[in-house]
Design a protein around this ligand. Structure first.
Ligand code: PEP
Ligand code: MN
Length: 336
């Protein structure tokens, strides 16, 4: 059960609500975010919400039967729109496009990518400066110095930054230089990291775990929300299955299911989803038609020279064509 508290609630009123909920056999947890205050009451006994509904300090009460509560659509029917500032949004009826290299490599690369994105009307650039790599000998990113260089150029170009945070200690060093923190597929259930991102007043995009269920993804988002940060985005990026023909198996099913289960925006990553350059476009278009609120994909001025994920990275002309087609697909979906 979610008890929404009024912004003017007094602490004595809150104490009375907690006592009443406890006496009814429920355990309550208080959640305070940038946007509101809630009591999450967990218990098994049935009771009539009219027993507490009259209490001062309560704005609304919602019965939510899902394991996850605050990210559930059962209490918030309206779609969440995440505001990145300067008129850039993810969710809420538009298609957010996020493109850029797998890894930030050089100043020249960043400049060329920003020019490409600006020309194509893309407002968010992706890129990793801390790279989770299967081999310790592979390129592991430029670190925070690379992020600072990227930030300076992106800010001048009026383009927002999304970048992966891999561990708690990186949150503070990245905070001034990113617009969205990305939680990678290998960290979806790093609960310490999720707890700490709950304390940040910046959007967080959580990718689905490599072998994670949708319920696990939603529960990971619940960690961040219940930690105090409701600026959340979910991302489907393909899962590991027995199929070897592609890097991962892009779960298009996840898009309508997540949108039905949650009010949070749902983004799709066709680059990691299929892992094959030629097929990024059809998978991206399928995700748009399936209802995605955004697409994140990899592009590079010379994909064959990219330090990481070259095999799934589009060149700028392929990227330009994809952007045009995604806009067309989205307009068609919107008209239905
Ligand atoms: C990435 O987006 O660069 C990345 C490493 O993705 P994932 O966590 O989905 O593997
Ligand atoms: Mn990558």
């Amino acid at each position: 059960m979610i008890i929404q508290l009024t912004s003017s609630i007094q602490s004595s009123q809150k104490d009375s609500i907690v006592s009443k909920v406890t006496s009814l056999g429920y355990k309550s947890t208080e959640v305070n975010t940038q946007l509101g205050s809630y009591l999450i009451a967990i218990g098994k006994k049935e009771f009539d919400i009219r027993q507490i509904g009259f209490m001062p300090g309560i704005a609304d009460i919602h019965q939510v039967s899902d394991e996850y509560k605050l990210v559930s659509r059962k209490w918030k029917v309206d779609q969440t729109q995440v505001d990145l500032g300067d008129g850039v949004f993810i969710g809420g009826g538009s298609l957010a496009i996020m493109a850029g290299p797998c890894s930030i490599e050089t100043e020249k690369q960043v400049e060329l990518t920003l020019t490409h994105l600006k020309k194509s009307g893309v407002k968010i650039m992706r890129g990793g400066v801390f790279k989770p790599r299967s081999s310790p000998y592979a390129f592991r990113g430029l670190g925070v110095d690379g992020l600072k260089m990227w930030h300076q150029l992106a800010k001048a170009a009026g383009i927002k930054i999304i970048s992966e945070v891999m561990q708690v200690s990186q949150i503070a060093e990245m905070d001034d230089y990113v617009d969205v923190f990305q939680v990678g597929a290998r960290n979806t259930q790093n609960f310490n990291l999720l707890d700490e991102l709950g304390k940040v007043d910046k959007p967080v995009m959580i990718k689905r775990g490599i072998s994670g269920t949708l319920e696990e993804l939603l529960s990971s988002a619940e960690y961040v929300f219940s930690g105090g940060n409701e600026k959340l985005i979910l991302c489907e990026r393909g899962i590991r299955t027995y199929e070897k023909a592609s890097r991962n198996t892009m779960d298009i099913n996840a898009i309508p299911i997540l949108k039905e289960k949650s009010h949070l925006p749902v983004v799709a990553d066709p680059s990691h989803g299929i892992g094959i350059r030629e097929y990024v476009e059809p998978v991206a278009l399928a995700a748009v038609m399936a209802g995605a609120d955004g697409i994140i994909y990899e592009t590079h001025q010379k994909p064959e020279e990219a330090y990481s994920d070259a095999q799934q990275t589009l060149d700028f002309s392929e990227s330009e064509r994809l952007i045009r087609k995604m806009k067309e697909a989205f307009a068609l979906r919107d008209s239905w």
